[in-house]
Design a protein around this ligand. Structure first.
Ligand code: ADP
Ligand code: MG
Length: 635
């Protein structure tokens, strides 16, 4: 039946072997997932053929019921997974199976670059795919024939996973794909029908195609051996697309295993929402929030395991980009529309008004889902926040229409709390604000420590005003878009003037002091003209002698440094230097007459402000010389 007409040998790409080794070792305790992966491929292949057959029914051939068959042959040591889906020709087999370019394993490898140690728990996040067969098999044979082709267009791919594979042209009576695994000796636990059935029920109960296995003969009393009964197949899964069932008929476990099918994730999802919308348009959405972010979450979205779009139960495409904004790229699931045309293309999706409505509903549902976590299950919400908080924040910039709802989900460290784990929402902050406080204050810095010890905080600490501490990379960027919450302005303590309403009787004397010291400020400004735009008396400092301040529109210095290091050209800009006129140093400086010495002191005041803020000195050697001169003169 499958006699080879012509056989060629091919080498695996070098990385494939590497991936295989890694996978076999790191997935050993999870090796049952090979079945989920093969069934998922078979189901994808059926989805694709069903879609193609909308245009050309003949592609379905003589056996139009799309299905997956699994056979277990204990004697031969085989498991066979067969589908009558789209199939592959020789080039496609080489491209899809012989290289890892299209497989989830590629991403895994990429993420392994550098000296990162492979983390066994992470490999599952990448959709390990076809190659997971080799975790349990010492030989894998794939036979395939594209739908719509002739008998002699079959192709056979075979490998023991150690470095080479062969490709042969073969005769195959029907289209579709059949994968035969010859199991390793230590994987014989998978060689029983009931084991395979239980795995199917666990992982693939609700994929939309029947998964059939040969019916087990009932042990019968009259033991009549000569009755060669015909093989009878039966579906072992429910084969009803999960999202089409009424919610009342779906258990939590059903939802979880379906999640693993759509997302290729090992772990249970954190939460999900299943909704049917009926009205001017009809659609169903089933949305999931994973419990762990993939390693490359900050970089890109995973187009292929994101949100799957169906039209009237027919899988159309992965449409995360069309149905989800970038900041919700962690959401997984299914949208099934009754109203979109079946032949909808990617381009069409982009402009379709029905799609736009579905998209905004998906956004709303996703945010609802996260809000529900925040209100009902703090522990899960904290997990969510740790994994996806940084991604969600991008929404403040990307989706201004929803920024109030997103803002309510944000959590911060603040100066008012004691433990680093404590999280404060903006609502918490606002509810604690004294009546006369009009502004929500925050500071952004490179890390938490730098945020906490920022000299700008001094006056806030002294007056007991709570300040949000932000130290995620994207905070500075996001806060540029997020300027108001609940009618209150959000302001950085390191930018612009801070007027915290000094006690009235102090005000006059402070003004007097300013006027009195004016010559000092002028002298300092002149000495530091190359470094700063202005030197002024600080309202912020109580302990430090000086600090740098920016105007409200300017980018924080740590952010600027980061961009410069990344090679971005930044426009010239100079900060303001604020000095604490009550500080003893400043009182001493004001008495220095020698111009050289005064310049040293001025430079040092500037330089310590740069250092306190986490910056680097332009002339460290000069700084050391100035310090030494000063130390010697003091000695
Ligand atoms: P993924 O499914 O994430 O793309 P896999 O390693 O599981 O990664 O599969 C790689 C590719 O091989 C699939 O994208 C598909 O094109 C092809 N493929 C695998 N199994 C089948 C099958 N049963 N029928 C048709 N194509 C298949
Ligand atoms: Mg796959």
């Amino acid at each position: 039946m499958t006699e080879a007409i012509k056989t060629e040998k091919h080498e695996f790409q070098a990385e494939v072997r590497e991936v295989l080794n890694l996978m076999i070792h790191s997935l050993y305790s999870n090796r049952e997932i090979f079945l989920r992966e093969l069934v998922s491929n078979a189901s994808d292949a059926c989805d694709k053929l069903r879609f193609e057959a909308l245009q050309d029914e003949k592609l379905l051939g003589s056996n139009p019921e799309l299905k997956i068959e699994i056979e277990v042959d204990e004697d031969a040591g085989h498991i066979i997974v067969r589908d009558n889906g789209i199939g592959m020709n020789k080039d496609e087999v080489i491209e899809n199976i012989g290289t890892i370019a299209r497989s989830g394993t590629r991403k895994f490898l990429e993420s392994m670059s550098g000296d990162q140690n492979p983390d066994a728990n992470l490999i599952g996040q990448f959709g390990v795919g076809f190659y997971s067969s080799f975790i349990v098999a010492d030989e894998v044979t794939l036979r395939s024939r594209p739908a719509g082709s002739g008998e002699s267009d079959g192709v056979q791919w075979q490998s023991d996973g150690s470095g080479e594979y062969t490709i042969s042209q073969i005769v195959l009576p029907s289209h579709g794909t059949e994968v035969t695994l010859h199991l390793r000796e230590d994987a014989s636990e998978f060689l029983t029908s009931w084991k395979v059935r239980s795995l199917i029920q666990k992982y693939s109960d609700h994929i939309g195609f029947p998964i059939c296995m040969i019916k087990q003969a009932e042990p019968s009393d009259d033991d009549d051996k000569d009755a060669e009964t015909a093989v009878e197949w039966e579906a072992v899964n429910q084969a009803s697309a999960l999202w089409t069932l009424p919610k009342t008929e779906i258990s939590g476990e059903d939802y979880q295993s379906f999640y693993k099918h759509v997302s290729h994730d090992f772990e249970d999802p954190l939460s999900w929402a299943h909704n049917r919308v009926e009205g001017s348009q009809n659609y169903t959405s089933l949305l999931y929030i994973p419990s762990r972010a993939p390693m490359d979450m900050m970089m890109q979205r995973d187009e292929r395991h994101g949100l799957r779009l169906y039209v009237k139960r027919v899988f159309i495409m992965d449409a995360a980009e069309q149905l989800l904004p970038h900041y919700l790229r962690f959401v997984r699931g299914v949208v099934d529309s009754d109203d979109l045309p079946l032949n909808v293309s990617r381009e069409l999706l982009q402009e379709n008004t029905l799609v736009k409505k579905i998209r905004s509903a998906v956004v709303k549902r996703s945010l609802d889902l996260i809000h529900r976590l925040a209100n009902k299950d703090v522990e899960k919400f904290n997990t969510f926040w740790d994994e996806f908080g940084n991604v969600l924040k991008e929404g403040l910039a990307e989706d201004t229409g929803n920024s109030e709802r997103i803002a309510k989900l944000l959590r911060f460290s603040t100066t008012a709390e004691t433990s680093a784990e404590q999280r404060v929402s903006l609502d918490d902050y606002v509810s604690r604000m004294p009546e006369d406080q009009e502004v929500i204050w925050y500071v952004t810095a490179e890390n938490r420590k730098a945020a906490e010890s920022s000299p700008h905080l001094e006056i806030f600490r002294k007056k007991g005003i709570e300040v949000l501490l932000m130290s995620d990379r994207i905070d500075e960027w996001v806060m540029g878009y997020f300027t108001e919450f609940d009618g209150k302005k959000l302001r950085s303590i390191a930018k612009g003037d801070v007027d915290l309403g000094a006690d009235d009787d102090n005000k006059d004397t402070e003004k007097e002091k300013d006027a009195e010291k004016d010559p000092l400020l002028k002298r300092l400004s002149d000495a530091l003209a190359d470094e700063v735009t202005e030197v002024r008396a600080s309202q912020r400092l109580t302990e430090s002698a000086s600090c740098l301040v920016l105007s409200e529109q300017e980018m924080a210095l740590h952010m600027r440094r980061m961009l410069e290091q990344a090679g971005q050209a930044m426009p010239d800009s100079k900060p303001v230097l604020e000095v604490n006129l009550d500080h003893q140093l400043l009182q001493q400086v004001s008495e220095i007459e020698a111009e050289d010495q005064f310049k040293d002191w001025a430079a040092l005041l500037f330089e310590q402000a740069v250092l306190a803020e986490g910056g680097q000195l332009e002339d460290p050697a000069g700084f050391v010389q100035r310090m030494n001169r000063l130390m010697l003169s003091a000695a």
